[in-house]
Ligand binder design. Structure first.
Ligand SMILES: [Zn+2]
Length: 266
């Protein structure tokens, strides 16, 4: 009896589609969630110009213990997440890898994590290896120390310089240790100004050198904000910021790590 109810007859009139302009909806929460889901755990520190800078030319004092002679201090370490990618230079600027690409990454952060030039980003989920020469200073008796560029996770190799005509002296791991970014060597040394080759593991650390997308806002189309009477600012969705960052030891003004010490202003 289905035919008598008419359900199988062809449809002659359909419900008209909605006569509204099609509109893309951008949801800030979706972008923030993507960064949280895909991002690395990072520490972000705010960079500040050190007040030791000369008022005439902006040059920092080379013996300033606040900034280590770099002109920058880093404050307010915050824990957040960031999407880190290698830069795809082929799509825009140059065709080949150049020296300028060395140690350079692209970073996307939530808009709440605003960044500025020279801000420092440390990736806590990753480990890098770094090699540096340190110039030891005597702390007490046979205990020597030196400041490291990065804070090590573990020290892999230690070799003492013993004159240009002598082979390097391999140092046993039980003779040295580290604390924060200080290296200590507990050993009687008769060398006047001892220096040591070090290779150690650390969390990779970068400085922001360019901000390619600082502000992108989308008006309207936000979830939970359909009130036409709400202030305009409330309807602007702030999208993630995007920056280019470079390994701290390859940034233009690497810290002077051979000074005696640096005050901790964090
Ligand atoms: Zn300074």
């Amino acid at each position: 009896m289905a035919e008598r109810n008419g359900h199988n007859k062809p449809v002659t009139v359909e419900t008209p589609r909605e006569f509204l302009q099609a509109k893309a909806h951008w949801n800030k929460k979706d972008f923030d969630s993507a960064i949280y889901a895909q991002g690395y755990e990072v520490f972000k520190e705010m960079a500040l110009h050190c007040a030791c800078r000369n008022s005439a030319n902006g040059a920092p004092l080379s013996d300033c213990k606040n900034c280590g002679g770099t002109g920058w201090i880093f404050i307010e370490k915050t824990s957040t997440r960031a999407v880190i990618q290698a830069i795809n230079r082929q799509s825009k600027f140059v065709q080949k890898w150049t020296e300028m690409d060395s140690g350079t990454i692209s970073v996307s952060l939530r808009n709440d994590d605003k960044v500025a030039f020279m801000d420092r980003i440390t990736i806590m989920d990753q480990v890098s290896t770094f090699s540096q020469t340190v110039y030891l200073k005597r702390k007490t008796g046979s205990l020597w120390f030196a400041r490291l560029f990065y804070t090590p996770k573990s020290i892999k190799k230690v070799y003492l310089f013993n004159g240009s005509n002598e082979p390097l002296v391999k140092i046993a791991p039980d003779k040295c240790y580290f604390q924060d970014n200080y290296f200590y060597l507990n050993m009687e040394l008769s060398i006047e100004s001892p220096s040591v080759s070090l290779r150690y593991e650390h969390h990779p650390q970068y400085h922001v050198i360019d901000i390619t997308r600082e502000q992108i806002a989308n008006r309207g189309g936000l979830e939970n904000n359909c009130d036409p009477n709400s202030p305009v600012d409330d309807q602007l969705a702030q999208f993630p910021v995007h920056a280019i960052a470079r390994k701290a030891d390859r940034t233009l003004d690497p810290a002077d790590i051979n000074g005696d010490s640096v005050y901790d202003n964090t």
